[in-house]
Design a protein around this ligand. Structure first.
Ligand SMILES: [Zn+2]
Length: 214
């Protein structure tokens, strides 16, 4: 039996980033068709970072290799890191080294997503260290997903935000952030799909991320 698990947050005008607008553009009453005018920033909800997000002059969203966005992914449990201000060190990743292979995809579960939109959601979430990001790049993964607002501890410094993102983005690793519902997965290996709209020239896009369990 095939099971599709939604790993994406709904996007609504109440979104905690405060950038989402949805207004009627055409209505059934007036135009015989409903069409909505939607505005959002490119990192709202569950989203993907293109290299240009943190590396000046790097490829923009349309260059993201969709082959990387679809395929087998290992799910690793780092819920031990869900207390505030716990960074994910190389020592936390090493026990899973066998699941982190060349060409592989990695989804890090922390369950920090439970706090989505609550005060403190963007402060103190578990994030990678620079060394952890470099360790993942050295293992030549093609996609990294995490259920926190960012792979980097943006709350610590802007410098660290860039230092953690840059090695991943320069190596062409597709970064998917603000996943949710990873606890619903029953298996350590799933088929992962996260596709962005083709917003040409941009730095990222919300995605509908799903896991398929066969
Ligand atoms: Zn990011």
């Amino acid at each position: 039996m095939r099971r599709v698990v939604d790993l994406s947050f709904p996007i609504t005008v109440q979104d905690p980033r405060g950038t989402v607008r949805m207004v009627p553009y055409r209505t059934i009453a007036e135009h015989a068709a409903m069409i909505t005018l939607v505005t959002f920033d490119t990192h709202v909800g569950t989203h993907l970072d293109a290299p240009a997000h943190q590396v000046a002059g790097a490829p923009t969203l349309e260059s993201v290799d969709l082959e990387k966005c679809i395929g087998p992914a290992a799910v690793i449990d780092l819920t031990s890191k869900r207390l505030p201000h716990q960074l994910i060190e190389v020592a936390d990743l090493e026990p899973f080294a066998e699941q982190v292979q060349t060409g592989g995809r990695l989804l890090i579960r922390t369950d920090w997503s439970d706090q989505y939109g609550q005060p403190g959601w963007t402060d103190g979430y578990p994030a990678l260290t620079v060394e952890s990001a470099q360790w993942l790049v050295a293992r030549e993964i093609v996609l990294l997903g995490i259920d926190t607002p960012s792979v980097a501890p943006i709350y610590l410094s802007r410098k660290l935000m860039v230092a953690v993102h840059a090695p991943l983005l320069r190596a062409g690793v597709v970064v998917v952030e603000s996943l949710t519902n990873l606890r619903a997965l029953g298996r350590p290996k799933v088929t992962f799909v996260a596709l962005p709209l083709n917003l040409v020239g941009t730095d990222g896009c919300p995605v509908r991320a799903v896991a398929v369990e066969e």
